[in-house]
Design a protein around this ligand. Structure first.
Ligand code: NJP
Length: 230
């Protein structure tokens, strides 16, 4: 893979997205997107210190106009749709705002961001769209009425898009982790047994690192160290 290929990663300011950016920076020029400018600047500096290249884009993926303007001139060979939010509580405790934020960030943003960079991939006849899903995209849990539903939607989006663009030479993959040690949700705080963000980043690189005619469309990454229920 040539050094100059570019990878756009959403939600790169922290957690899994940051780890993906650091990992992919070994191969790609990184475009790191999120709302937190200072954290993106820190990431770009760290990538620079390691000998890589990273530019930053401050944007809210749920804001269609902001996404269209910010990404208008971006040519990405790889897009990692990673930005996501999780308010994991029963439906009767969820506010309408929490519901809409999850749908906007986890699902609607897939349209805004992918729509902005996919035409270039199709034009060039190559590219790879990766979506960070979840094992909640395949199974239900208490507190997941909205979050699990958005991640189920990710699966339908990704498989349909894969069928739409594979003949154009563009690959679409979903990497679905189990629990990961990030600040994603208070539920996950202190889960020392969970996957590290770097484990998910390695899985993303694995999915990208296939021969041109080979596609890994779905990949689940789980930990083996879940504490036993008593
Ligand atoms: O989450 P966290 P993770 N516009 O909270 C960004 C999935 N997943 O890394 O804007 C733009 O550490 C936010 O940036 P900022 C999960 O569903 C996780 O754990 O600066 N960006 C930050 O960089 C999600 O899809 C687990 O606040 C927005 C990032 O998103 C992905 O992994 C398990 C934004 C969130 O960082 C990354 O989650 C699983 C917006 N409007 C799936 N809103 C897990 N952690 O256990 C948020 O199965 N961001």
């Amino acid at each position: 893979m040539p050094d100059h290929e570019t990878a756009l990663i959403t939600g790169a300011s922290r957690g899994i997205g940051r780890a993906i950016a650091l990992r992919l920076a070994e191969r790609y020029e990184i475009i790191a997107a999120a709302r937190s400018e200072a954290e993106l600047d820190e990431l770009a500096a760290e990538i620079g210190e390691r000998g890589g290249r990273c530019t930053t884009v401050t944007l809210d993926v749920a804001n269609p106009r902001m996404v269209a303007e910010a990404l208008a001139d971006v040519d990405a060979d790889v897009l990692v749709n990673n930005a996501g939010v999780g308010v994991l509580k029963p439906l009767l405790e969820l506010t309408a705002e929490e519901w809409h934020t999850m749908v906007d960030v986890n699902f609607n943003a897939l349209f805004h961001v992918t729509r902005a960079v996919l035409p270039g991939m199709v034009r060039r006849g190559r590219g790879h769209v990766v979506v960070i899903g979840s094992i909640a995209g395949r199974s239900a849990f208490v507190g997941g009425t909205c979050y699990a539903a958005t991640k189920h939607a990710v699966m339908g989006f990704a498989e349909s898009l894969m069928l739409e663009v594979r003949d154009a030479g563009v690959k679409v993959s979903v990497v679905s982790p189990g629990s990961v040690r990030t600040n994603f949700s208070p539920e996950f705080a202190g889960k020392d047994w969970a996957l590290a963000p770097e484990d998910v980043a390695d899985a993303v690189l694995h999915v990208l690192d296939t021969p041109p005619a080979v596609l890994i469309h779905r990949l689940e990454v789980r930990t083996l160290t879940v504490p036993k229920k008593r």
